[in-house]
Ligand binder design. Structure first.
Ligand code: 8OZ
Length: 365
């Protein structure tokens, strides 16, 4: 295995027209610190700027519409004030020489009337309730049975993604990533556990993948191909998601996305935030050769695994999540094999600068 002097993990990488300073990505991380109106704050700009030595930052998931929201204080990317807030974030990252793309999010059924406008029911492909709870500000409450989207509503969802992609451009982002992972709306369409539709958006694999591809095509009207990415989590049970046969499903997804020429595919390898091994017979490693763009591996990487993955060329870029929470200068620490700060779970979601912008840098500031 190469040491830090020879691995290309720390060398520039060309992601289409974007030159990344290294092959290390800051994974999208929900931190629930947006301000009133779900507007990104100056504190968020400081947090992202601290982490701008990542080759690429993928922003925390950002709802494309009020309906797409499922947690308190997550940022939106649909209002003018939100775009203005994000503009400060992207400017702060660019000032530090970083690159940042916006993760576009609709939670689907992973929400609650208390988080929706006018107490509306959350929407989903089908009226199938998720087992689990959401935090509404009134504490943890059980999820409800969502309302199935009508066929007539689907163009409106795609239009919301398209507008959010335009907003991301206006906000100064370097690109966009479609959140199609972790049991949210697009993942709910992909899977036969949550998609019981009998129209053109349900049933066959081709039909279940249709919405993701239509959203992708809408984004390609706004952004150059190399600036559009997708995140998938084929074997993760996050948010009560499952499919009876994920291998042909995600093989088709990957082939179709590759055929569209999108820039990057980001794969949550294993259980989101948990083990990389799932025991499933489907080997996620089979996806990479099917995708001709940049493959980003994510989930549970250590320095050693990242180096070994690059040495074996099993991924182009490696994303780190929790380690980036606790180590603003993670790239430098990995390069030097320096000790790492330990992330504090208690301050992951919500709160102030504590556990957010006060993790130390190696040089002590
Ligand atoms: C943790 C808490 C809230 C949201 C995901 C956007 O899992 C999330 C998320 C994670 O993709």
């Amino acid at each position: 295995m190469p040491d830090h002097d020879t691995s290309d993990l720390f060398s520039p990488y060309q992601l289409g027209s974007l030159t990344l300073a290294n092959r290390i990505v800051m994974a999208p991380l929900t931190r629930s610190r947006a301000g009133a109106g779900d507007v990104p704050t100056p504190l968020m700009a400081a947090y992202y700027a601290q982490r701008a030595s990542a080759g690429l930052i993928i922003s925390e998931a950002s709802q494309i519409s009020p309906q797409g929201k499922g947690y308190i204080q997550t940022p939106g990317i649909y209002s003018e004030a939100q775009v203005a807030g994000w503009r400060q974030v992207t400017a702060a990252v660019h000032d530090q020489g970083g690159k940042i793309v916006c993760q576009l999010w609709h939670v689907g059924r992973i929400s609650h009337p208390d988080l929706q406008e006018d107490g509306a029911l959350p929407v989903a492909p089908s009226a199938v309730k998720a087992v689990g709870q959401v935090f509404t500000g009134q504490g943890m409450v059980d999820m409800v049975t969502p309302r199935a989207l009508t066929l007539e509503e689907i163009p409106g969802i795609i239009a919301d993604y398209r507008q959010a992609a335009r907003n991301a451009k206006a906000a100064g982002f370097d690109g966009v990533q479609i959140h199609a992972a972790n049991g949210y709306l697009l993942d709910q369409f992909l899977r036969d556990k949550t998609n019981l539709r009998t129209d053109a958006y349900g049933g066959s694999i081709e039909n279940r993948v249709r919405l993701l591809l239509e959203v992708t095509d809408a984004l390609l009207e706004v952004w150059d191909k190399d600036r559009v990415g997708v995140r998938i989590a084929p074997l993760s049970p996050a948010n009560d998601i499952a499919d009876s046969d994920p291998e042909p499903l995600f093989t088709y997804v990957t082939r179709q996305l590759s055929a569209r020429g999108i820039g990057f595919l980001d794969v949550v390898e294993g259980v989101t935030g948990g083990p990389r091994e799932t025991g499933h017979r489907f080997q996620l490693a089979t996806l990479r050769p099917l995708f001709k763009g940049t493959y980003i591996g994510n989930n549970g990487y250590s320095r050693e695994l990242a180096l070994a993955t690059r040495a074996a060329d099993h991924a182009d870029l490696i994303a780190f999540g929790k380690l980036f929470i606790a180590n603003p200068d993670l790239v430098e620490r990995l390069r030097l094999d320096a000790p790492l700060n330990v992330p504090d779970q208690a301050t992951f979601y919500g709160g102030d600068e504590h556990g957010y912008t006060d993790y130390s840098f190696l040089d002590g500031h």
